[in-house]
Design a binder for this molecule. Sequence first.
Ligand SMILES: Cc1ncc(COP(=O)(O)O)c(C=O)c1O
Length: 357
Amino acid sequence: MFKFKFTERNDTRYDSIDWKKLGFGKYFADYMFVANYKNGEWNKGEIVPYAPFMIEPSMMTLHYGQTIFEGLKAYYNINGGANLFRPNMNAKRLNNSAKKLVIPEFPEETFIEACKEVVYYNRNFIPQKRGESLYIRPVMFGSSNMLGVHPADEYMLIIFASPVANYYEEGLNPVKIKVADRYVRAVRGGLGGAKTAANYAASLYAGMEAKKDGYSQVLWLDGVHLSNIDEVGAMNIMFVIDGKLITPTLETGTILAGVTRDSVIHLAKSMGIEVQERIIAIDEILMGLEKGKLTEAFGTGTAATISPVGKLSFKGVEYILNNNQIGEISQKMYDTLLGIQYGEIEDKFNWTIKIDF
Ligand SMILES: Cc1ncc(COP(=O)(O)O)c(C=O)c1O
């Protein structure tokens, strides 16, 4: 299993972590993977202690935002070791984002091996409580020190890890979401389908306004007409209408191709639920709510897992979904997905990669 040079640290970050209040993204585990791209090629990469690193003020990413990232999780396996969930999907998506941002692609196999070793060396940091996990954050960016708008010629890939609990304070309890009717996140032909900093920067202002109004996330509409559903800040969105699972299509190129989205689609089909991936007008959602045909909505994401939507606000009107309760399909998806991830349910789709220790 060991492919990379390993440098051991002589201390640990373990004791500085408040394990009872992990929250999300606050604590970082002992080791990270680092690879550098120079003179037209990636070096082998190595595992080193998680630590600050020096950058120059002219480092290109700070100015021009040529940076992409990923997010995946390793789960404590109840039968021993850990399960890494679908890292091949993240390897592919990283390279799709890389193409869009003119960043050199990283070999998928090496990416998966690096994630495995990051989990292995940080094995003490994998929480054992249900709902908690070790979040893996790969980030890849232009590291040349230069000014002028053009792609960098040097890059870094860093893969580090963070023990996490729920992304939202609500956990599996329904969240309140505000539909953005004035701001847009992505447009056709833009960067919406890439996991790049610009999309998240574009979301902050609307996110702040939504928070002020008491909503935890923004539901984005398409960037041209503000009439079709795109996705939520850090999740894809799914609706149950007339018993069918309906979610925005990836074909517009404006939303992230979520790994959880893909997993839920597979699970739904295997349970005999009809799935439609298509353009969904906000009007169809409002009509579905008014006529009682829309029975559930939930977000899907690695960080957020399955996140039922209890309240949806659009143009100042608040709609209540499923009596602000967790819906039947949301609960079923949550239980099945987590069951597979923690090794409690048979992994029929071969999604998990087991890491023994
Ligand atoms: C904008 C956006 N959409 C969707 C998702 C869900 O993707 P995944 O299920 O791969 O985590 C995320 C999470 O990373 C995201 O940031």
